[in-house]
Each structure stands twice: as C-alpha cells, then as structure tokens.
Design a protein around this ligand. Sequence first.
Ligand SMILES: [Zn+2]
Length: 297
Amino acid sequence: MAPTSSTQPNHSPRLAVAGMAGLAIAQVAIVRLAVAGLAISGLGLGLGLGLGTATGARAQAWAAGSDPLTGPRARYSKDWIGVRPVEPTTEILVMAGHSDSQGVGGAGTGGAAASLYGARPMQIGITDELFWNLLTAQEVVRLGQARGLKIRFYDPLQRSIANGNDPRTTWSVGKAHVDQGGYALEIHYDAYGRDGVGSGLIPPINKPLNQIDESLAKAFGAYPQFFRDGLGAPKRGIAILEIGKLEGSLENALRNPQTRIASLQAIATRVVDALAAGLGATSLPISPQPDVARSDQ
Ligand SMILES: [Zn+2]
C-alpha cells in the first residue's frame, strides 16, 4: 500500500519477463537449495544476518518489532482480537493489491530502489509493489494448495479499472467471496520511508474478526481495525496483509536474483502457516516472534 508513486517506469527487457514463468523456472533452483538445507540460511547470509546470531542489541531490536526478512512491524497497539472460529474447509481467496488500479489512483508504492535510487522498475507499466504483490500472492496459493488448503488466486488481469465497484475488481470479487462465507486476503507491500508503516494485518471492519485474522496478525503484526478510517478493501470484508516496507533488506532480498525465490518462498510459507493455523486445519506452529526466517516447509 502506498499513497502514490512518482516513478517513471523504464523498459527492462530482462526483468519484464520475470513473472511467474521466471518463478516457475527458478523452482528448480529452490528445490536444489531446499534439498541442500540452504534455502533459508542462504537467505539469512544474503541479508547479512546468519541464523542463530541474534545477540545483544540486534536481538533486542528484532524482539521489539522488526524481522530480519520483512523488516519493521507496524508500531501500533493491536486494538482487536479475532476469536470467531473458522470452518477448516473455508475457501481462501488471495489477491494482489493494486492489481486493477494502475494509473487510476492507488497504484501502490514504486519501492525505494526505483523511486529513490534509480534502479529500473521490475516491469514496465506497473509499480514494483504490484510486481511483488502478484508473485507473492501466486506463491502463497501454490504453497497453500500443496498443503491441501482450499485456496485460490484471483487476478482481474485488466490493470486499470477506474470504478472500484466494477464487478471485475478485487474489491468486488473479494466482497462476493466473503458474502458467501469465504475468507479474502489482499497481499501488499508497504511504502518506503516515512510514508510506510510496516508489516501487519489490516483486518476487515464489517464483520466479526475470526481466527484467521488473529493468526495472520500473530505472524505479521497488526494494524488498528479502523486504520485510516477504514480502507476500501476492509470495508468490503477483505483483509489487507502488509508483508513489509518495500525498501532495505526486504527489497534487496526480493530484487537480488540469488535470493529472490528463497525470499518469496519464505514469505509465502509464513502466510500459509498462519492461514493453516487459523483454519485449525493443522497443528502447525506459529512463531510467536518473527526472529528467524522459517525453513521447516
Ligand atoms: Zn499496497
């Protein structure tokens, strides 16, 4: 989520094709890494934060609300609790934030690399946030389906829909899904710098909050329920998950081809673990503190 982007995308032939096709091809690499037990520790090294080295002031800083992969959590007091039980068979709809609002307001953050430091945007025509929202959402669905969850992805494909209530928008499709008893989630990355807040769940505001909301907040942190007086998605019953601010170590880990797949997989695993725990479908543990990137699935 971000107010605006001042970035003028430059065409980037090499990176423009780095969508899911690139991700799928790169799965071979992640499998090799995972087999070697290096997928996540490799990422840790890439971040300069080897696992098990959280000591002293650095460890205290993490415990206070930062994560070695996703960065700072939203520094708000959680003013809600999700206690409503959820049927284990609840269908989860995952969407990429801003996937229908490019160029029509609310396009998402351009990210610090492209907006501040002159890096090429990841793909012409869309913000870097949408680029990563799409890859992250798709990886969440891929891993969730592999885990046996009833989970699917919705992409409007039309990237600029001026009317938020158009039936093709994520807002409309998500609302319909929630009205039918499902759980709908938009994946976002937050703005860099002072405009951004950090990782956390912005829960729905038009219905009782449930154990999936609670579980995601445990894994990523929480925003107040009425953040900014209620955003478009939460007003329609759709939860917003801010993965982290698109800057610094997180953005570097995503942009670096050496750590991209491991980063996306670590993030998606954290989301799927939280969804599964919220559904009560498994007894998967949720890390109470985001002090290490998980590598157990
Ligand atoms: Zn966003």
